[in-house]
Design a protein around this ligand. Structure first.
Ligand code: ADP
Ligand code: ZN
Length: 735
């Protein structure tokens, strides 16, 4: 088939920048995207064929050992997407591939080892490995076995395999469990007739699906305007054109309703990818998708890598959501990657939101994306009436002990409960209090590993680090001076829940935040109870602001809007507007109109001022001026560099050297390719998980020049035991 293509470039999951070249044995019929097992040093590694080539640049190339699947695990467009990501996000292609594929596909834990029958005369490490295997009745995973023998394991195992003392094989695939869903017996919904606005939006996307070319759309539709219905129709259209579609959502456990709707429309043909899947489940799902057994895939961030053949449409719901940005490991933005994937595949991509990201709306103004608008809610429902309360006027004198709920919000909650309606109360901070402080000496408990205070959680009587999870029992007295008044300062959702329970003793109150939803499936359970009206008041962090569509909710309270506003982040205003508009949008989705009360110390801030009128364009106009004045995106591009290490002085010194060098480089550029170097400065969280952090921000008008400089910095500061340089292109969180 591939005459003259005697060599394969193979990407292996590793920090290598380039694929490795191997010789193709004549009996193997390879295509790009296939998995192959290759020798690397003395190990066998599973990689993916990037390309077939006629000649090798190096002389002695080893042959490929085997190709386990007989078919590609990804198509060429997905491979090229991986290569684009590697280049753009300055990450080695092998690490990109590792992030794209489930661990099992990388061959890491798929292999199991068992002892063979019979006696073998070996000693030393080989003997100990064999004994370990002898103690186990069943086969042991290769990886977990390797962990028990830190030194010399693989050569010893190889030796044992050669004499037939052990057997190494692929783990047999488990039978697939049937996906569980409430929607199994749901009949397809009676066909709604689209509103005129929905119809117009649908037709534009439909034209894109039929033309099968790259077309980016921003579907800007107010909350409850029926965006999801437009996505579903477009996905059905793709299917009738013989294509498959992919829909990304911020967090799948928060949107069980969407899953229901998808399963009703595409019975048995929905693939689901999310972080709660086990490695084995991911692997199963991957194969189901590669084989073309599903028509649609829904999932959170990493689902953008789902290997759908014949991809005909990509949808990114709530495209503004910051959970699309991966902040650890491979730092990518799934929304941006979605647009690139659509371009490589040649298909339309729909970004949907009631509160678009500033960058996305700007892309419409600049003519790069087509803007589709849904300005009205379906069924002529009105948008909720939003009022802002100035807390400075609510609690004018210090003799009134300020509570979390103002008298107006408290009364509204009582009334709403009396009418048998549901209320949502939002506060963007979990825990009971920010921290514990001694009233005598002022001592505050801090995390031993991070430069932050420990948050007090009353029900468990612990103090907890919200960054690294470190916890300890809350001390009864000040650990510093022994004074007994070691008391909570500040507040969080746990305290709010207490205050609500006092206010509404008969109400069924539930709290939803990271503390109450650690168990798998607990978020979904809460949302379902909320949906069935089994909860009167739902209290929570931003988790409760997203996506759900519950008819009985007629009151929404935002307890302290200022919390997100005062973060050291240029997107703080944008985030605040988005959070408040989204949480407000949960109200009044049924027959009855909704009421929203926002408490704040700064209701005149532009991020709050336009929420009552649901006026995104007005907010956008002000936000854009702010961004222009400070030369922030979309007027510039950013790359964030962070140096980390266990020794504070070494990190600081290296950061300063790098800063000087970058400045010298930056000053050589001129005009549009000019690059501003900000820092180095200690990161806002200077110490995290025991590692000290310094940061530098690069700002420039032109992406390529910026990336080139960042790449040069990367080459200058190789990873050592003393420090490590993390690079975040188009950063979101810079704490
Ligand atoms: P959004 O995603 O914009 O918040 P949804 O698509 O979830 O809105 O729609 C909100 C509600 O309105 C859903 O219950 C949906 O079934 C319903 N809906 C959507 N389109 C229509 C329509 N054309 N006519 C009547 N109801 C609709
Ligand atoms: Zn910590």
């Amino acid at each position: 088939m591939h005459k003259g293509r005697a060599f394969a470039e193979v990407i292996i999951p590793s920090p290598l920048k380039e694929p490795l070249t191997y010789q193709i044995p004549p009996e193997l019929d390879l295509t790009p995207g296939m998995r192959v097992v290759v020798p690397v040093g003395r190990r066998r590694v599973t990689g993916v064929v990037a390309e077939l080539v006629a000649a090798s640049r190096i002389e002695r190339v080893k042959p490929i050992i085997e190709a386990p699947d007989g078919q590609p695990v990804m198509d060429e467009a997905l491979l090229r997407l991986g290569q684009w990501i590697a280049k753009y996000y300055l990450s080695p292609i092998g690490e990109v591939l590792a992030a794209m594929m489930p661990a099992h596909l990388r061959g890491e834990s798929r292999r199991v080892v068992s002892a063979s029958e019979g006696e073998f005369a070996v000693d030393g490490l080989e003997r100990r490995i064999l004994d370990e295997l002898g103690r186990s009745k069943t086969a042991i995973g290769l990886k977990s076995l390797a962990k028990k023998f830190p030194r010399g394991f693989y050569p010893a195992l190889d030796a044992l395999a050669r004499i037939g003392a052990v057997e190494i094989r692929e783990r047999t695939r488990r039978q697939r469990k049937k996906p569980v869903s409430d929607a199994e017996n749901v009949a397809p919904p009676n066909a709604l007739s689209l509103t005129a606005e929905q119809q117009t939006a649908y037709e534009a996307i439909e034209a894109g699906v039929v033309a099968a070319g790259f077309r980016p759309f921003l579907l800007y539709g107010v909350t409850g305007s029926g965006k999801t219905e437009v996505y579903l129709r477009a996905m059905e259209r793709a299917r009738s054109a013989g294509k498959r579609s992919l829909i990304l959502v911020p967090e799948i456990s928060l949107t069980p309703q969407l899953l229901d709707r998808l399963q009703a429309r595409f019975p048995g043909k929905v693939g689901v990818i999310h972080s709660a899947l086990t490695a084995g489940e991911r692997w199963e799902e991957w194969w189901r998708i590669v084989r073309g057994e599903v028509d649609v895939v829904v999932g959170a961030r990493s689902a953008i890598f789902a290997p759908l053949p014949e991809l005909g449409l990509i949808v990114v719901d709530e495209e503004h959501d910051s959970s699309y940005k991966q902040d650890e490991g491979l730092r990518y933005n799934a929304r941006d990657v979605a647009v690139v994937r659509a371009k490589l595949v040649g298909c339309p991509v729909v970004l949907g939101s009631a509160t678009p990201a500033v960058e996305s709306y700007e892309n419409c103004r600049a003519g790069r994306y087509a803007l589709l608008e849904l300005k009205k809610r379906v069924e002529r429902r009105s948008l909720p009436a939003v009022e802002t309360l100035d807390l400075r006027e609510v609690w004018p004198t210090s003799s009134d002990k300020p509570r979390l709920l103002s008298p107006i919000l408290a009364q509204a909650l009582r009334d709403n409960l009396a009418r048998g309606r549901q209320s949502l109360v939002f506060l963007n901070r979990r825990g009971f209090a920010n921290f514990l402080q001694c009233r005598l000496c002022g001592f505050v408990l801090r995390c031993a590993h991070c430069s932050v205070t420990l948050t007090f959680h009353k029900s468990e009587r612990i103090v907890l680090c919200h960054h690294c999870g470190w916890r300890q029992a809350a001390p009864e007295a000040c650990p510093h001076c022994g004074h007994p008044a070691f008391l909570p300062v500040g507040f969080g959702t746990e305290q709010l829940e207490h205050e609500l329970a006092e206010l509404l003793p008969d109400a069924r109150i539930a709290r939803m935040d990271r503390d109450t939803t650690v168990k798998r499936g607990s978020q979904e359970k809460l949302i379902r109870q909320w949906q069935r009206g089994e909860i009167d008041v739902l209290v929570g962090t931003q988790m409760i602001t997203k996506g759900h569509d519950v008819y009985g909710v007629t009151l929404v309270g935002a307890v302290l809007a200022d919390l997100s506003l005062n973060l050291p982040d240029f997107r703080a205003g944008e985030r605040t507007f988005q959070l408040l508009s989204q949480v407000a949008g949960r109200a009044g989705r049924g027959e009855e109109p909704g009421r929203v009360i926002i408490q704040s110390y700064d209701p005149q801030h532009y991020a709050l001022r336009h929420v009552p009128a649901h006026d995104y364009p007005a907010f956008f106009a002000e936000e854009l001026e702010f961004r222009r004045a400070l030369n922030y995106p979309p007027f510039s591009r950013l790359v964030h560099l962070r140096l980390e290490g266990a020794q504070a002085p070494a990190v600081e010194k290296q950061a300063k050297l790098l800063g000087d060098w970058l400045r010298a480089q930056g000053s050589r550029s001129a005009g549009d390719s000019q690059i501003e170097v900000l820092g180095p400065a200690p990161a806002p969280i200077m110490k995290l998980r025991g590692r000290f952090r310094w940061q530098i921000l690069l700002k420039g008008k032109k992406g390529p020049a910026l990336l080139a400089l960042a790449a040069a910095a990367q080459a200058r500061v190789p990873r050592t035991s003393r420090w490590r340089l993390h690079i975040d292109v188009d950063p979101y969180s810079m704490l």
